[in-house]
Design a protein around this ligand. Structure first.
Ligand code: AMP
Length: 288
């Protein structure tokens, strides 16, 4: 496995990958778990070579967020990547990505607006910018993103469409604990009780709402009830909302009954911000 700590060596290596070899790319912030592994496995199945990047991107964290305490487990991450037969790992330095005087950014202005866009101003601009920069270095045929971060997936898909990049964006199902809790690098900050008993209730409520949507019974009152139930369990709920796909618009009462939706949650538990969502896809639709 090739590990590149500097961008110059990576570019040299990438230039030697023959034309016709398909490249799958999985961008991450490290602290890898089975969710990331699912993305890497999918890439290995579908592409000739798989490139993983690990970069904790400062511009997608707000001033009061957890950039400095974000888990960094690089040796374990490299061991996992080796086991999964990743071909190359790119570990850019902050100075590679944002050299002195850097002053360019990419902002998508519709899909980025609601949900996390409200609670994390600037977050998706940071994401879109780093993802585009990584795409320009890696030149993938296909890039793999987790549907756990559904809004991120739809923002990236929109940027790729708007800029007419020749890259397929593939969304991979959320990997969960048996309890239903979505795997996240941040789960480690939760107490055992919160991990095992409280946080799994997010998925329970999301699934009840999804069932209601599929039975064409979803309405604002059910969404509000679920939000209250999670608040009573100790979450500081930021949002629990249904949004239309793929632009994440506000659904009309009719949309709640018949349109493809994401039902998305964000909330803080024991000081840790957790997000999760379920997709409601009518008519045998697949997301990617
Ligand atoms: P992160 O390292 O948190 O930036 O995540 C890197 C990629 O892994 C993103 O595309 C995430 O959506 C994806 N990911 C994170 N957690 C999960 C999960 N539980 N299941 C599937 N994909 C995930």
């Amino acid at each position: 496995m090739n590990v590149f700590r500097g961008i110059a060596e990576f570019k040299e290596w990438r230039a030697k990958v023959p034309q016709g070899v398909s490249v799958g790319f999985v961008p991450t912030m490290g602290a890898l778990h089975n969710g990331h592994a699912a993305l890497l496995a999918r890439s290995s199945q579908e592409s000739d070579i798989t490139i993983l990047s690990i970069f904790v991107n400062p511009t997608q964290f707000g001033a009061t967020e957890d950039l400095s305490r974000y888990p960094r487990t690089i040796e374990d991450d490299l061991a996992l990547a080796r086991r999964l037969r990743v071909d190359a790992v790119l570990l850019p330095e902050v100075s590679d990505v944002y050299p002195d005087g850097y002053s360019t950014s990419v902002s998508e202005n519709v899909v980025s607006e609601p949900l996390c866009g409200i609670f994390r101003p600037g977050h998706f601009e940071g994401v879109a910018t780093i993802v585009l920069k990584l795409f320009l270095w890696v030149k993938p045929n296909t890039a793999y993103f987790g549907l756990k971060d559904a809004q991120q997936f739809f923002v990236v898909q929109k940027v790729v469409r708007d800029l007419d990049l020749d890259i397929k964006i593939c969304g991979v199902e959320t990997i969960r604990e048996v309890s239903g809790l979505a795997l996240s690098s941040r789960n480690r900050y939760l107490s055992k009780n919160a991990q095992e008993l409280i946080a799994p209730k997010i998925f329970l409520h999301l699934n009840q709402l999804k069932d209601a949507a599929l039975e064409r019974q979803l309405n604002e009152a059910l969404l509000a009830d679920a939000k209250n139930a999670l608040t009573k369990l100790g979450f500081l709920v930021q949002y629990l909302e249904a949004r239309t796909l793929p632009a994440l618009g506000v659904p009309s009462p009719d949309d709640l009954l018949s349109t493809d939706l994401v039902i998305a949650f964000a909330g803080i538990l024991e000081g840790t911000r957790l997000i999760d969502n379920v997709l409601v896809l009518h008519r045998f639709r697949k997301i990617s």
